[in-house]
Structures are given as structure tokens and as C-alpha cells.
Design a protein around this ligand. Structure first.
Ligand SMILES: [Fe+2]
Ligand SMILES: [Fe+2]
Length: 374
């Protein structure tokens, strides 16, 4: 059995010095190359619909394409202060008493507002980078998955992800003040997913873990933001993401039934590694560096903040039930159940899994109407 040291590079998941030691040193590079180590697989079995659930998803995807250029109202002027309101909801009220003895003790309201705008910009930037990760991973799945129904579906997802990268980049560059570089923890995870030679690991890392977290985060932001363009953009993106997560669950459910105990254990370890990387990225260390505060002290404070902790845990509300549905929580001796317990997210295991939630997120008229007014 692998140790934490072997899986995530440190023994204690909460080792703050080790977490902060991981930083992006490549911030000025325009490209980043990753070996993808996988064989491209042709299949000569062209029977369409052999996997009915994937076929249904593919047919649905063909009818659910939208155009980021024309379907979103880019004439809306974005008031960044409306986004600050969102940060206040996510990260709790700025009660002055709680900052005594911390790096924020002498901060003015204006400084908190600037940080909130930076946090928002950072969050949306990491979504954009994650979307590019999804674009690359799904193109890889088209090559590596051996089933024709999955290749067909993945091809539609490649188009979806291109659209997502496009709309997040446009929002950041034309409505806010540009973007943050890729967070190093998210970068480690994306590199590991792309680097792995086994086709199902792309699905586990991307469709189950990264997109599972994104679906929860988008849902929260979509419901809470008062900014109309972001609300609309996230609603459109979510209608696609719900299908993507379903694609992961449906494909892996079938494949995992054939795997040995040792192979399942490797998947459990990868799920744990991914969860830790995503949790570490949420500490937003780059924002604190930009705000010129004592990063170690501020991150320590963030790790102990109850409101932030609840928000962070909520982001795992799609991942945990999906891992359960795939049999990953309890396989073997329940190793992943114990690890998710240590991360404080096991309480979500009995929420609905997302293998058919995409119907509820579809862009039909009724859903869209409630999205723009909710
Ligand atoms: Fe996406
Ligand atoms: Fe996606």
C-alpha cells in the first residue's frame, strides 16, 4: 500500500510548509508541454448504441450545442463590486474582531474589497485553466477509449470544452482585468492526469474529480452571484458539465467491474491524490502573494476558518457520491472512505450521484427562464 508521502509527496495532508512550497515558477511561459504516454486506439467495432446510456448522452449532446459568441449577452457592463458581494457570501462576513492578531488586523474596507476582487479573478482564472485541461483530456479520451459510443460522445465534449475556455477567457479579459497564471497544485493534477498511460485514469481525474468539483462550484456561484452575465455564462456551462460528469460515471462503472483489487486500489489512490490537490489549490496562495501579506500566517488562518471550510467541503458534494457509485469508497478495506473521512468530506456520500442529473440541467426554455431570474 502506498503512503501519503508516495501519493501526494508529504506525510501529513495538512503540512502547510509543504503545501506552500509548491508554486508556479513558470508564470511567463506561453506554452507548457506534457508527455501523454498513451497509445491511440482504433476500434473496428462500429456498432452504434452498443452502450445505450452513452449513445443517449451523445444524441443529447448533439442537440445541446450553444454559441458563446451569440447566446450570451456580452453587451452587459460588469460591475466588479457585484462580484465582491459574491466573495463575501463565499468567505464569510468581514467581522473586524476576527482579524485581531492576524495579517489583516490593520486592513481598511478598501483593501478587503481589492482582495475580494482578486479572489474572484483568481477563481475564474483557475476555472478557465481547468477548462483547457478538460479540452486536452477529452481529446485524449477520443484517442484512447476503445468503445465507439464513448469516442463519439467524447468528440462532442471536446467542442463543449473549447466553448468553455473561450467564454471564461473572454469574460476575464474583457469584463475583468485579465487573468492569473495556473495554480501549481491544479497544474500538478492536470499534468498527472494527462501523463497517465491508462485511458480510464483520464476519466477519473478529469470527469469525476476536476469536473465533479467544477459542477458543484459553478452551481454555487451561479445561484449566489448577482452579476447577470456571469450567471448566464455559468448556467450555459453547467448544462454541459452535468453531461460530462455523467459520461465519466457511466463509462467507469462498466470498466471498474472488470478490474482486480490491486487495480482498483490504484484508482482509489489517484482519487485521493486528486482530492488533495484540489483542496490545496483552494487556499489561493497566489492572491495572498499579490496582496503582499504574510502568506504562511494568512493561509494558516484560512485553513482554520469555519466558513471557508464549509465552502470547501461543499465543493466535494458531487465527487463523493460519484466515487461511491463507482465502488471506489468501499472497495478492499474501505481505504478511500477512510481518506475522505480525513479530508472531512465523507458526509456527502449519500447525496444523489450525477449519472442522470444532466436532464435537470438541460437548456430547455423552462430551465433557462428560471436560470436568469434565480
Ligand atoms: Fe468545461
Ligand atoms: Fe466539462
Amino acid at each position: 500500500m502506498s503512503s501519503n508521502e508516495q501519493i501526494i509527496g508529504r506525510q501529513d495532508v495538512n503540512d502547510l510548509a509543504a503545501i506552500l512550497a509548491v508554486s508556479n515558477t513558470d508564470v511567463h511561459a506561453v506554452v507548457h508541454a506534457v508527455e501523454d504516454n498513451a497509445d491511440a486506439i482504433f476500434t473496428w467495432d462500429y456498432e452504434k448504441g452498443k452502450r445505450p446510456a452513452l449513445n443517449k448522452l451523445y444524441e443529447k449532446a448533439k442537440h445541446s450545442q450553444w454559441n458563446g459568441e451569440t447566446d450570451l449577452d456580452w453587451s452587459i457592463d460588469v460591475d466588479p463590486m457585484q462580484l465582491v458581494e459574491l466573495q463575501r457570501i463565499e468567505f464569510g462576513p468581514t467581522d473586524r474582531a476576527q482579524f485581531i492578531g492576524t495579517p489583516f488586523e490593520l486592513w481598511t474596507d478598501a483593501q478587503f474589497d481589492v482582495m475580494a476582487m482578486e479572489q474572484n479573478n483568481w477563481m475564474l482564472s483557475q476555472f478557465m485553466h481547468g477548462e483547457q485541461g478538460a479540452l486536452i483530456c477529452t481529446a485524449k479520451i477520443v484517442e484512447t477509449v476503445p468503445w465507439i459510443d464513448a469516442k463519439y460522445y467524447a468528440a462532442t465534449q471536446v467542442m463543449d470544452e473549447a466553448r468553455h475556455v473561450e467564454v471564461f477567457a473572454r469574460y476575464l479579459d474583457t469584463k475583468l482585468n485579465g487573468h492569473y497564471p495556473l495554480n501549481a497544485h491544479l497544474g500538478l493534477l492536470l499534468d498527472d492526469i494527462i501523463n497517465d498511460s491508462r485511458w480510464d485514469m483520464t476519466y477519473l481525474g478529469m470527469q469525476i474529480m476536476v469536473e465533479g468539483l467544477a459542477l458543484a462550484a459553478f452551481g454555487f456561484m451561479q445561484q449566489t452571484t448577482p452579476e447577470p452575465l456571469l450567471k448566464q455564462l455559468l448556467r450555459y456551462v453547467m448544462s454541459d458539465e452535468a453531461r460530462h460528469v455523467a459520461f465519466g460515471v457511466l463509462s467507469l462503472k462498466e470498466y471498474y467491474e472488470e478490474l482486480s483489487f490491486a487495480e482498483i486500489r490504484e484508482r482509489q489512490e489517484f482519487a485521493f491524490e486528486s482530492a488533495v490537490r484540489m483542496r490545496d489549490r483552494l487556499l489561493m496562495q497566489e492572491v495572498l502573494e499579490r496582496m503582499d501579506v504574510d502568506v504562511h500566517a494568512a493561509v494558516k488562518m484560512a485553513m482554520e476558518d469555519e466558513g471557508r471550510l464549509l465552502f470547501q467541503q461543499m465543493l466535494f458534494s458531487k465527487i463523493v457520491p460519484n466515487c461511491k457509485k463507482l465502488g471506489l469508497l468501499d472497495a478492499g478495506d474501505g481505504w478511500l472512505r477512510q481518506k475522505f473521512g480525513e479530508l472531512g468530506v465523507i458526509q456527502f456520500e449519500d447525496l444523489t450521484d450525477t449519472s442522470d442529473e444532466y436532464e435537470a440541467f438541460a437548456l430547455d426554455d423552462a430551465n433557462l427562464q428560471s436560470a436568469s431570474t434565480a
